[in-house]
Design a protein around this ligand. Structure first.
Ligand code: EPZ
Length: 416
């Protein structure tokens, strides 16, 4: 399957069950290393990024296998502490394994994760947090060589609420003697899910979802079962798809509160939205309007991962929407591809001005990154004619099967 082909212009209607959250299960897969036994992950999405994490666990000597819709991980046979370059290149967020490997074995080695499509992805805050716990981290020829024979808990203040640095610090602190207090921690829902998993295996973590997280290290751990939280960005994607194409959608397995800034923007643009009890209902009739100014920010602000997706939904709106991308340096790479479909978007540094046009046209486009690729799906549904999306491997990193899900809503969309 090398491309996705969409014949746009159809209204959509139906129900979609939202998959488990990629950005929750990736740190949880690293966290399985903290317990030398078996865990069962329910609702684990089948994604290429999950597969990459499974490959890392297997390289480290752990076992991981699917049983129906569940992923069974057993790290009792873990025997290595190094992540080879080819596996690191597969997924830059593999750096999340660093804290967990150090906590379990006191040693860790991996290549420096490169930048990605979104721009440089520094890990200075990850390394600073681990050093504060007592880890010795050296960079030699692009490889990180780390030792932490004895980590001691302490207060760690993050300069910005980095999601990854928060997660890495929590996992390392689980292996440190005594109390660690993380200040200015990220508040994303995925960190609450990580805390829930860690407590399920016997770790002592509290405060996730707030800016201050406390960890009491070196607890005795035990087997556990954990259900991965719903993927709020996948949910946002399908809401945006129906907003763009017009119609009605009911999302199941979604937390309304996690999407409040996204639903607020879609409501501002003219969608009718209601929700609760694990469901969200969206109705889009007639031409959307402007969503005003959309400024990305750390949770609970508007998620940077939904910026491209909402932008695509507003390309044919009446009026102008201004996006301000405050998290990543280079998160407008999808704009050139949307221009090919007739979009009117102008960029000035971190600001994108989207002026609605009456029509979009199907075109040959290429996914530039995960959420930029999702934006092309949304735009293709609203365009007249055929849109062919290449480099779909970017999309497969975070979406189990968008063709299956969108076809269930009546879209004319196929893998080719
Ligand atoms: C996580 O990335 C997510 N990835 C991203 O989702 C998401 O966009 C991002 O959080 C923000 O919500 C996963 O969870 C696997 P950050 P992460 O550390 O942890 C800078 C997707 O589409 N920074 O919060 O890398 C960094 O450069 C992906 O699913 C440092 O300067 O994000 C960025 O500008 C894309 N030094 C900002 O902080 C550091 O040590 C926020 O990054 C770490 C980060």
């Amino acid at each position: 399957m090398s491309q996705i082909t969409i014949r746009g212009g159809r209204k959509l209607e139906g129900t979609v069950q939202v998959q488990g959250a990629k950005n929750s299960v990736l740190p949880i897969l690293a966290a399985t290393i903290l317990h030398p036994g078996q865990v069962v992950l329910r609702g684990c999405p089948r994604l290429s990024d999950v597969e990459a994490s499974i490959q890392i666990l297997r390289h480290l000597g752990c076992t991981a296998r699917w049983e129906g819709g569940e992923l069974l991980v057993d790290t009792s046979t873990m025997s290595r502490w190094d992540i080879p370059d080819n596996l690191m290149r597969e997924m830059r967020s593999s750096v999340i394994f660093l804290g967990a490997i150090l906590a379990r074995l006191g040693w860790a080695e991996m290549s420096y994760p490169g930048g990605c499509e979104l721009g440089p992805r520094p890990i200075d805050m990850h390394l600073s947090a681990l050093r504060k716990l007592g880890a010795d981290l050296r960079e030699e020829g692009g490889r990180l060589r780390c030792t932490a024979q004895h980590m001691t808990g302490r207060e760690i203040a993050l300069s910005i609420p980095s999601v990854g640095a928060t997660e890495n610090a929590i996992l390392a602190a689980c292996g440190a003697e005594g109390e660690t207090v993380l200040v200015n921690a990220a508040r994303e829902p995925e960190i609450r899910d990580l805390q829930e998993f860690l407590c399920a295996i016997g770790c002592k973590v509290r405060g996730a979802g707030s800016s201050t997280i406390c960890i009491s290290g070196r607890q005795k751990t035990h087997d556990a079962v954990h259900t991965v939280m719903p993927d709020r960005i996948v949910g946002a994607t399908y809401l945006a798809a129906v907003a763009a194409a017009g119609g009605v959608v009911e999302l199941k397995n979604v937390n309304y509160r996690h999407l409040s800034t996204v639903t607020a923007a879609l409501h501002e643009a003219g969608c009718k939205i209601s929700g609760g009890d694990g469901r969200i209902l969206l109705k889009a009739e007639g031409r959307l309007g402007s969503a005003g100014t959309v400024r990305t920010a750390p949770y609970p602000g508007f998620p940077t991962d939904a910026q491209a997706i909402l932008m695509a939904a507003l390309l044919k709106s009446q009026g102008t929407t201004v996006f301000v991308e405050t998290i990543f340096e280079n998160r407008y790479r999808h704009v050139d591809e949307l221009h090919r479909m007739g979009a009117d978007i102008s960029i000035a540094d971190r600001v994108a001005i989207v002026t609605g046009v009456p029509r979009l046209y199907g075109a040959e486009v290429r996914a530039t990154d995960l959420r930029g690729g999702a934006a092309l799906l949304v735009a293709g549904l609203a365009a007249e004619g055929v849109t062919r999306i290449g480099d779909v491997h970017h999309i497969q990193r975070g979406y189990e099967d968008p063709v299956r899900d969108l076809a269930a809503l009546g879209a004319d969309i196929v893998w080719e």
